[in-house]
Design a protein around this ligand. Structure first.
Ligand SMILES: Nc1ncnc2c1ncn2[C@@H]1O[C@H](COP(=O)(O)OP(=O)(O)OP(=O)(O)O)[C@@H](O)[C@H]1O
Ligand SMILES: [Mg+2]
Length: 352
């Protein structure tokens, strides 16, 4: 059973939303929370704004421990997601968001306000459990798929010679955390910022994971992540093989991930189509951030995907992340159709 979910959200004067109250429980059973929240409506109706409001509350909630933290969190948000007074509706005085989080079956109510004068304020009526931290993921609609080179993950000569048993044993110790690539925050660098090149970072994740697997230095946590990534690959590409193999190009700094096509030809990740790359980047990103029991916030999950893939997307996400609660903003009629009636939230654009 999922431990962390969101029960309701009230937004006042946040970005393009003047006032809005949303309840994420079933209409006939307010005890039961929706697994999918599918938000649809015309351009500019506020879909992304709702997802941003949820994400904003969750990052503040997970970074906040005591009042002194607020300035630090605010500086971070101002620098990295350019939170500022332009986030307040129509130059009003402040925005105000109330979120109800279910944490181990208990309702916890958080309130976030931001004003130019007083900055950020956050309060919550019950302390969040340790499971809450890291229980959520946000994928914005700014997802870049440009083919890109990735940095060397350690010393290539070590990896080339790992067929040698004795060498493999030495390598395992030699390469561990000394290399800056292996610091936790470099291993899975943050992808939550809107303008980051997601695909490049995703490719780096995969190189790191496969390198570790090859030299048998992979942690069980990361091995589980790699298995999840392979599981998603199989759902969408049943006839292709993810080779877990790296090769190096003429550019010695570039590492390539090899994929075997149905006809036996082998290509690298950069040669896949944009839809294929989107699927791999999408699931790799989600897998590195969430295994299960998660709140997944995804803006326009349908990007680059053919309708056939759009229609299995909800199914695939729940297969790979059991017990998750999904918040989606979408224009896809296939995703719309694959959700149940009570999971659909239509937004109307406010009259000017
Ligand atoms: N501070 C603000 N005050 C008033 N309106 C704002 C403010 N900030 C953004 N908006 C408006 O809010 C709307 C943005 O909404 P949002 O990005 O949530 O739309 P959306 O439903 O995701 O649309 P799309 O389908 O195009 O992605 C825009 O029309 C924008 O002009
Ligand atoms: Mg949007």
């Amino acid at each position: 059973m999922a431990k962390i979910k969101i029960k309701s959200l009230v937004i006042n004067y946040f970005k393009g939303i003047k006032e809005l109250a949303l309840d994420f429980t079933y209409p006939n059973n307010t005890e039961k929370l929706l697994d999918n929240i599918v938000i649809y409506g015309v351009n500019g109706s506020g879909k992304s704004t709702i997802l941003e409001a949820i994400y904003l509350c969750l990052i503040v909630a997970s970074a906040y421990h005591e009042k002194n933290d607020l300035k630090r969190i605010e500086d971070f948000l101002v620098d990295y997601i350019s939170l500022g007074s332009e986030w307040i509706y129509n130059k009003e005085k402040e925005f105000h968001i109330v979120i109800e989080i279910i944490d181990h079956e208990k309702i916890k109510k958080g309130e976030l306000t931001y004003s130019q004068k007083e900055g950020l304020k956050w309060s919550i009526d019950h302390k969040l459990s340790s499971d809450f931290f890291g229980s959520f993921t946000y994928l914005s609609s700014y997802r870049l798929l440009n083919p890109s080179t990735v940095q060397s993950a350690g010393d290539w000569s070590e990896i080339e010679r790992i067929e040698d048993e004795a060498f493999r044993e030495r390598t395992r110790y030699a390469r561990s955390p000394r290399h800056p690539m292996y610091r936790r925050d470099n291993y899975f660098p943050s992808l939550s910022l809107q303008f980051e090149n997601n695909y490049k970072t995703v490719k780096q994740y995969l190189v790191n994971l496969i390198t570790d697997k090859k030299v048998e230095a992979i942690t069980s946590e990361n091995d589980a992540i790699l298995e999840k990534i392979k599981q998603s690959f199989k759902i969408f590409f049943p006839k292709k093989d993810f080779l877990e193999q790296l090769s190096r190009t003429d550019n010695i700094k570039d590492y390539r991930l090899m994929i075997k096509n149905e006809d036996g030809s082998v290509v690298d990740l950069d040669q896949l189509s944009s839809g294929e790359r989107e699927i791999i980047a999408f699931f790799t990103f989600l897998c590195t951030k969430a295994i299960s029991n998660s709140i997944l916030i995804i803006d326009e999950p349908e990007l680059h995907l053919h309708s056939k893939w759009q229609s299995i997307l909800l199914y695939a996400i729940h297969q790979i992340f059991p017990n998750s609660q999904l918040f989606l903003a979408t224009h896809s009629s296939e995703i719309h159709q694959s959700a149940s009636e009570s999971e659909l939230f239509e937004l109307q654009k406010e009259e000017e």
